[in-house]
Ligand binder design. Sequence first.
Ligand code: KIV
Length: 278
Amino acid sequence: MADEQSQPAKTHERKKITTKTLVTMKRNGVKISALTAYDFLMARYLDEAGIDVILVGDSLGNVIQGNATTLTVTLDEMIYHAKIVKKAVRTALLVVDLPFMSYHVDLKEAVRNCGRVMKETGADAVKLEGGERIAEVVKHLVKVGIPVMGHLGLTPQSINIFGTYVTRGTDPKEARQIQKDAKLLEEAGAFAVVLEKIPASLATKVTSSIRIPTIGIGAGIHCDGQILVTHDMLGMTEMFHPRFVRKYLNIAEQSKNAFKNYIKDVKNQKFPNKSESY
Ligand code: KIV
């Protein structure tokens, strides 16, 4: 396949989605669609289908690298995947996750690492997990021109603190903290916030208390938008069945059937046939 960047730009009817577009969508009551991508073709299909936001999530640690958590994903790995995705994206807002420990040590290192992501990948924004504890970092990033999406609730980079993947914000104290965190992220200049696996009633409260959009994953219908891991909604991750994932395809089963048919055809000398030969 020719390098996409060497191809002439195609004209598209849809306007490029920006961070401002998302805020306007919230104001106008237009729901935001978001999904993840880690490679060129998936990003191209998502963009052509009209998705609003493509996230190069550190969930690639799970679905691409086969790890149990996202914690071992490195900044260089995120940059590698984001560069590939960027080649395919024309309209969607491209957001890249900053991996565990790449924005936690100090402000300088956070700015340097987020700056690397923006400069080396051409992404539109970064996503960081946490509220109050990263509000200063968010403020700094926005000040230097890096748009930030926040992420609250069941933040996977904190799994070793949580010790479990159960719903967050079910007790009043944690629910209050999530509401406070969302406000602090908004005040720090974040343009949106992901709410992961929290009660729908809490997500509704958070959504109505801030002007920036909330993007839910397992957070009910009243968020301003929804995000899923693409591999989950395509039914590629057979072993993962949380209630919040709706499977729009069953690619795992379809792929295995296709592979079995191919193997059978090769063994029985049914492939290739004459028209598939030169
Ligand atoms: O890493 C990821 O894919 C995410 C989404 C699940 C929100 O953070």
